[in-house]
Ligand binder design. Sequence first.
Ligand SMILES: Cc1cc2nc3c(=O)[nH]c(=O)nc-3n(C[C@H](O)[C@H](O)[C@H](O)COP(=O)(O)OP(=O)(O)OC[C@H]3O[C@@H](n4cnc5c(N)ncnc54)[C@H](O)[C@@H]3O)c2cc1C
Length: 530
Amino acid sequence: MDYQYVLGGVLVSLLGSVFFMIINTTLNGEKKKVVEKVSNGVNGNGYVRMPSQNGNFQPESASGTDVVIVGAGVAGAALAYTLAKDGRRVHLIERDLSEPDRIVGELLQPGGYLKLIELGLEDCANESIDAQKVFGYALYKDGNDTKLSYPLENYPSDIAGRSFHNGRFIQKMRERATALKNVTLEQGTVTTLIEEKGTVKGVMYKNKAGEEMRSNAPLTIVCDGCFSNLRRNLCTSKVDNPSCFVGLILENCDLPHANHGHVILGDPSPILFYPISGTEVRCLVDVPGTKVPSVANGEMAKYLKNVVAPQVPPQLYRSFLAAVEKGNIRTMQNKSMPATPQPTPGAILLGDAFNMRHPLTGGGMTVALSDIVLLRDLLRPLNDLNDAPALCEYLESFYTLRKPVSSTINTLAGALYKVFCASPDPARQEMREACFDYLSLGGICARGPVSLLSGLNPRPIHLFLHFFAVAVYGVGRLMIPFPTPKRVWLGTRLLLGASGIIFPIIKGEGVRQMFFPATIPAYYRAPPLK
Ligand SMILES: Cc1cc2nc3c(=O)[nH]c(=O)nc-3n(C[C@H](O)[C@H](O)[C@H](O)COP(=O)(O)OP(=O)(O)OC[C@H]3O[C@@H](n4cnc5c(N)ncnc54)[C@H](O)[C@@H]3O)c2cc1C
């Protein structure tokens, strides 16, 4: 198996350098195209939007609901708004309607912001929630830093990332959804999917008063987030728990690079900083594994002061210690789960319930919003959602059409997390060093990976080529001034390690779906005629 990885790695690296020039020349052109596509009603995947039939539906559901949506988080709230705007009658059920207070979903990549614009929800992430514009990242390693700007030159000036309090963003989207008269937002906890002869007909839920209720609809969309209880019948979930994030809020400090995310390649793993309002900076400290030091008995504060604080950039050091002293320390398990749907008539999964990746690159909301745009466009030509088997067959195209965006963001998140973690293995150390230095080279070496991370360039092949370009760069450096047997062996292990990181992730995403989606018959499914 290993020799296949090496051979694959070497071949790809050679191909990589040939394609490198091509990437360079196409990247600029593509950015222009994305902007044109957005304004022409064509989404970033190249999917052509069907003519809008806003308000023209003749809903046939006996219950008076066309779509039940479980969960009014990032995905559910945005989805309810967009489907209702298209004339669907939506029953949105959320277990807690108060403003969420979480450490998740606080930085929306520019690619996700473009999707928010396509949905008409961009005003949910503006000054009204004190959202901050984000223009790129600053990367720190061993006291050195490099600035990586999003390649936004060819976009309108408003296009950038956005960072904010997740709860404020969600409340805004809930408000926008409930302002539409065909959305019913109800507080309730969905307990089960109602299934009859293999078709989902709706959900059972407990309402605010604790009464057992049912809601029927031709289509149920489950967006109940990363801890989903309902996904088990709709996908073959294989959840990985690579690490936890420990969250703090730093106050009254200026980031060394204003309006940028900051990533410290720390030991044992990365530390992030980014603004979430005009006066607050979120710090997320990654702790590998599933166990973190106890917050309650003070072990966590000790860990943050003794292990993490010395790695924090000097400008943030005092505010970091003050935040630890203040004690509002939150933790959250980071999960990753490839999308493995089991197409089921009458139901579909979306958001984190369906697909997760390491949050290091802040890609979750971009994937969810991109999926929503795609699903909305697929559903638009359908007046009637009642033919569940035909709808289910048609929506299989969704799983392939979403791949360019989702697999690029997912693969990059998983691979980058592994590369950015410290390791006692010299080959892994070389790869981490090579990655930092490669990004520091600037030009295409910085723009390429950042455009992938930001969701502006959903091309898995570009990701694959850049990943191996980093590995080849790392090997090349080892061969200078001359290749001793020890260095050749280290280079071989570096390539092996790189291959061992990326190939399993690609396998999880599906090689064919990721690189050759057009060869999959479902890609061409037409809407059922009725
Ligand atoms: C630590 C961390 C940091 C992250 N940072 C970022 C980031 O910076 N940028 C980014 O893009 N992504 C980030 N993510 C990922 C991002 O948070 C998710 O991708 C996004 O929130 C997914 O949206 P969702 O709607 O699927 O889930 P959620 O936003 O979690 O919404 C799920 C909703 O379902 C409700 N619900 C659950 N069960 C039920 C039930 N049975 N009945 C009724 N309602 C129910 C919940 O109350 C909740 O409101 C991060 C993730 C983690 C873990």
